[in-house]
Design a protein around this ligand. Structure first.
Ligand SMILES: Cc1cc2nc3c(=O)[nH]c(=O)nc-3n(C[C@H](O)[C@H](O)[C@H](O)COP(=O)(O)O)c2cc1C
Length: 199
């Protein structure tokens, strides 16, 4: 058991099997402590070279929400409007500046990435998506419900929130407590025999 905070820690069963995508939320607030707890868990998602390119912007104020909502697909706006917090997940193509600290064993990695924009972009994007999966599960592990959404105007969000920076939006995640009728019934998952090979 971690002693970092007293926040609830869900079981693997509840995180993977019981909790699922939320589309409508109760008005119950999400605290700063819960947001901190989400990051404290999500940051341990493994990434290549420990590159950690995921950047998270929690949108909670009315002013910030008013900037974000028009940049979501029309059918997604009501979902985010009902969420107490919406996380913008972005890939930082300047992740490499941290490599000497976060991966001191990998000599010269910072310089290699600095010299290759295409490689840096691919590394940032792939590993930010990987970390986004960990982020969604970290939200659930904190006892909150998550509604990931890719139906967004990513370039518009970049222009509105990240102009002049190295951040590139990949998705948003609505966060809060799911309302009673706030999830759709689960769709089927592929079975072990369909998705898995043992060779
Ligand atoms: C990357 C990603 C993008 C998604 N985009 C949207 C979206 O734009 N709008 C939406 O309503 N749901 C979106 N979803 C929700 C998925 O449809 C949902 O997570 C999936 O069907 C599994 O549902 P379940 O957790 O209830 O089983 C997205 C989920 C992911 C992971």
């Amino acid at each position: 058991m971690t002693t970092e905070t007293t926040a609830p820690s869900q079981t693997a069963e509840s995180i993977f099997t019981d909790m699922h995508t939320a589309y409508r939320f109760t008005p119950e607030e999400v605290s700063d402590e819960q947001l901190a707890r989400i990051y404290e868990l999500a940051k341990y998602t493994p990434t290549a070279l420990n590159s950690q390119p995921l950047r998270i912007t929690f949108v909670r104020s009315e002013a910030a929400r008013a900037r974000l909502l028009p940049l979501l697909a029309e059918g997604n706006r009501a979902k985010s409007a009902s969420a107490p917090v919406v996380a913008i997940l972005a890939a930082d193509t300047d992740f490499h500046v941290h490599l000497p600290v976060v991966n001191p064993q990998s000599q010269g990695a910072r310089e290699r990435f600095a010299a290759n924009d295409e490689l840096r972009r691919a590394m940032a994007t792939n590993n930010a998506w990987l970390a986004a999966g960990g982020f969604i599960l970290a939200v659930r592990a904190t006892g909150l419900d998550a509604g990931p959404m890719g139906g967004i105007n990513a370039a518009g969000i970049d222009a509105e929130f990240f102009a002049g920076t190295s951040l590139h939006t990949i998705m948003v995640v609505n966060i809060g407590h799911v309302a009673d009728d706030g999830s759709f019934p689960r769709n089927p998952r592929l079975g072990f025999d369909q998705a898995v090979s043992l060779v």
